[in-house]
Design a protein around this ligand. Structure first.
Ligand SMILES: *Cc1c(COP(=O)(O)O)cnc(C)c1O
Length: 483
């Protein structure tokens, strides 16, 4: 990540005029820019003189290792409505595709949101400018709509998309910086093992539930909900994360939990610490209890927001489409390909996100969800339904085959939370040899399942990625029980 220090923004000055003229006149750059060509030096100098004190715009140069390589800035800075339009051009072709535009955009958004205290940044992009759209989506802009016949340029009618990013989304994407991927010492059948550390997401001991919760809370804040209601067992990582995030945003939190098998765990203690209200319900009455509680809250003029157990649903799926994008970025950067991606599968949301990411990006990873509780055909069916629901909501039509959905139920033992001596032993070994903590309920069970699966299917000489989906507090429950 040396790149971090190399990309700098500085205010556009007189000495940059020549570069601007050269970049804009380069046919490689100007296809989507809509300038009156050719751009002249004198005209650009006049533009500069006229605008250098203009508070309604911010024009900057992207410096890469001290060399000016492109333009970036804000237009129509509107302090009343707290918004501005963003633009970017990488002028030097050889510096494209190196992540410089992402870094420069991040710097600019930081300036716009934190120094100018704007709340929304938007941009326009030609409908056909696909590579730019990929960049905008990577850095967190969302497509907001299509403006038909928005411009007429060189006698061509041009449709443009408008994209936007709000401050609340920017802050959230900040929490979800790419998680590290590291190589393991572990060796089985000459396979190379890598691990993606979603357990290190910097919020409340991390884990896949943080990725999901960040997206749910965007909506919760947007809808001005005043109480979050969700469901989970006493060991639930999801409930811990939701309770912690609700506390952070000063929103009430109510957790419904099955009274059977209720026991004190570090997660349940943390949930209490965060001040969430806990309501116990018989397992077979959960649906009714949830509905009664939501009705009751509405009658009290409350505005509740319900999150399904485990953060299930299309928002949760989105979280792992995003994580999948991080994985393919990593592959590009390090010029390597993962043949397999393994992870613990519970509600199937994580798996559905990875599969949707794979389908959308037309990749060929073999994604294997190791079930931690559910048996087939139910387990696989839920993943399939989640994939279909997400693709439908996003209006993406893709043919896929059931063989894309590999939900392995061979290692669930006697159910949720149940392990065996071999798993416990393996967890100890992993901590001692790699310094990585797994737990019996999720990641340890899945890691064990992955090893067995690799042996059983005689997988050899492949690159294998395991996603560490978190659950660190469960590791300590395990320790406590042992003594
Ligand atoms: C919830 C959870 C999972 C399972 O994720 P799903 O999206 O529900 O399949 C895996 N690992 C950990 C640590 C979890 O907390």
């Amino acid at each position: 990540m040396k790149l971090e220090n190399k990309v700098k923004l500085r205010k556009f000055d007189e000495h940059d005029i020549l570069n601007k003229v050269r970049w804009i006149n380069d046919p490689e750059n100007n296809r989507f820019l809509h300038y009156d060509l050719p751009l002249e030096y004198e005209q650009t100098k006049n533009w500069f003189e006229k605008n250098k004190e203009n508070k309604k715009r911010y024009d900057a140069v992207i410096d890469y290792n001290g060399e000016p390589i492109g333009l970036i800035g804000l237009l129509d800075i509107d302090l009343k409505n707290k918004k501005a339009e963003y633009y970017i051009t990488i002028g030097e072709a050889k510096y494209r595709g190196k992540g410089i535009a992402e870094k420069a955009t991040d710097e600019l958004l930081n300036y716009a949101f934190n120094e100018l205290t704007l709340k929304k940044i938007y941009l326009y992009t030609e409908k056909e400018n696909f590579s730019a759209q990929r960049l905008f989506e990577r850095v967190g802009f969302k497509k907001e709509g299509l403006l038909a016949c928005d411009l007429i340029y060189q006698e061509r009618k041009i449709d443009r998309f408008v994209y936007g990013i709000k401050y609340s989304e920017y802050v959230k994407t900040d929490l979800l910086n790419e998680t590290p991927i590291q190589k393991l010492e572990l060796s089985i059948n000459d396979n190379h093992f890598f691990i993606k550390r979603d357990d290190l997401i910097p919020f409340s001991f991390g884990g896949n539930k943080v990725r999901k919760a960040c997206l749910f809370f965007n909506e919760i804040i947007e809808q001005k909900a005043d109480i979050v209601v969700t469901y989970g067992s006493s060991a639930s990582n999801h409930c811990r994360i939701v309770a912690n995030m609700a506390r952070k945003y000063k929103i009430e939190c109510l957790i419904i939990t099955p009274e059977e098998n209720y026991c004190q765990t570090y997660n349940s203690e943390l949930i209490r610490l965060f001040g969430a209200q806990i309501i116990k319900s018989p397992l077979d009455m959960v649906k009714e209890t949830v509905n009664d509680i939501l009705d009751g809250l509405k009658k009290q003029e409350k505005n509740p927001y319900f999150i399904q157990g485990g953060g299930h649903g299309s928002i949760g799926t989105q979280a792992y489409v995003d994580a999948y994008n991080e994985i393919i970025n990593y592959e590009k950067k390090h010029k390597l390909h993962f043949d397999f991606i393994f992870h613990a599968s519970g509600t199937g949301t994580t798996q559905a996100g990875l599969i949707c990411g794979k389908l959308i990006n037309r990749q060929n990873h073999t994604i294997v969800g190791i079930s931690i509780a559910r048996k087939n055909p139910y387990g696989q069916k839920v993943v399939t339904e989640s994939v279909e629901e997400y693709l439908k909501i996003k209006e993406i039509s893709i043919d896929y085959f059931n063989r894309d959905i590999i939900f392995i139920d061979d290692y669930v033992e006697t159910g949720y939370g149940a392990g065996n001596e071999e798993i416990t032993q393996m967890i100890r070994t992993m901590l001692m040899s790699e310094g990585i903590a797994l737990d019996t309920t999720y990641t340890g069970k899945a890691f064990y399942g992955m090893k067995k699966y690799i042996e059983k299917n005689k997988i050899k000489e492949k690159n294998i990625l395991f996603i560490h989906t978190g659950g660190t507090p469960l590791f300590f429950d395990q320790m406590r029980r042992k003594q």
